[in-house]
Design a protein around this ligand. Sequence first.
Ligand SMILES: CC(=O)N[C@H]1[C@@H](OP(=O)(O)O)O[C@H](CO)[C@@H](O)[C@@H]1O
Length: 507
Amino acid sequence: MDSERDVRAQLQRAGQDHLLRFYADLAPEARAALLAELASLEADALREHCQRAAAAGALAPGPLPDLAARLQPLPPERVGSAIRCDQETRLRWEEEGFRQISLNKVAVLLLAGGQGTRLGVTYPKGMYQVGLPSQKTLYQLQAERIRRVQQLADQRQGTHCTVPWYIMTSEFTLGPTIKFFKEHDFFHLDPTNVVLFEQRMLPAVTFEGKAILERKDKVAMAPDGNGGLYCALADHQILEDMKQRGVEFVHVYCVDNILVRLADPVFIGFCVLQGADCGAKVVEKAYPEEPVGVVCQVDGVPQVVEYSEISPEIAGQLGADGGLLYNAGNICNHFFTRGFLDVVTREFEPLLRLHVAMKKVPYVDEEGNLVKPLRPNGIKMEKFVFDVFQFAKNFVAFEVCREEEFSPLKNDDTADRDNPSTCRRALLAQHYRWALQAGAHFLDVHGVQLTEQSGLLPNGDPPAICEISPLVSYSGEGLEMYLQGRQLQSPFILDEDQARLLRPQDC
Ligand SMILES: CC(=O)N[C@H]1[C@@H](OP(=O)(O)O)O[C@H](CO)[C@@H](O)[C@@H]1O
């Protein structure tokens, strides 16, 4: 291990020796831990990182310069739609998706390294439950959708397939996520098919270019953004693991969308049949300021412009049809071939831009007191997962229905949108729709049948509570045999046990 003297000398050259300011106060173990952390940061790399962060932080925040002149919507030939296609085409995509799944060629990869600051929880977002009758967490819903999609592929193709689940965590989320999965017996998935790995961390830096101490013996670090994926894939030989399993197509998604369709056969099938190496699911933007990235072209190349980097004027621009010109909202559901990921990790990763986020970073002041700042005091640098789109040979976007596929959990319930209540409602409203489509009727608390016209309540709640386990239905399929013509009392939970009870004898 490097001695204090060596580390101090290196840090001095890097202009970062304040990080050893409290060294003399520390107990032996804390000293050793701090030296090890500082040595692993490598003084030269640290200097470069801090200079870069300060320079990037000094630029005016917000929209990129000249963006307006360089931006265009995606050309129509790059965009497919699950909404505006005929039934036959959709079935063809779905069939192809299931075929690839049954051949074990499809994996899902979850981006779950974030800290959930906006939601205000100290544990991983995937462990959050939004108050469904079943009390299922986001992780459980996702695990069950994987089990169901495998089962559907097997039923169609007569196989016994696996959709491996890769989960990128960070220093913050790895430990609690593993513990949670173990406590829940991996939600009945085979643990060998759940691969957790960790993304890298980067130091948080003051506006003056100094790394921040969050404790006397610890540098403030933050995950390197969801675009840290590409370094993490290489660090942990994840692409080799995929190759060994025969995985060719990867559905990458972020943890917070309660309606996410893991390994969605329609999306996978569309991308495969288009010969795409990279793809993104989009929904029509709901309003100009909606905090979603816009999938578009910059200088003729497909890219996402993040909501924090687009000006209100551009975001509000209207197209010929009177709708938003840049209306392809990124829902952080991406398709990549393994081949594309391989080239990205080997060649393009170093070209990824670092984006600046100004954050409130707790720190120790000169006297060694912990301070929780009220205003942003530090810069965190992040890579974005979608910044690799520009390197794709054949990029496609795929439009899906927001109501069916997108309701993200970003904020706590004090916010108006994208909070636990809106997520819960989105899921329950969807299940209520599915049940009606399958021919069910609901009774109100007085036993009176609700009419088809009973729309959502003013607060967005469905008129009756109905929750359908993903183990019974993945996207609304196969419900008629349980629900056709039934009168159901709210709340109604269609889990596997209930399904067994309701199943006609001859099935
Ligand atoms: C870097 C990145 O992936 N940003 C994504 C991501 O935003 P966050 O605010 O970082 O959760 O999810 C949004 C969809 O929920 C998507 O619109 C946006 O572009």
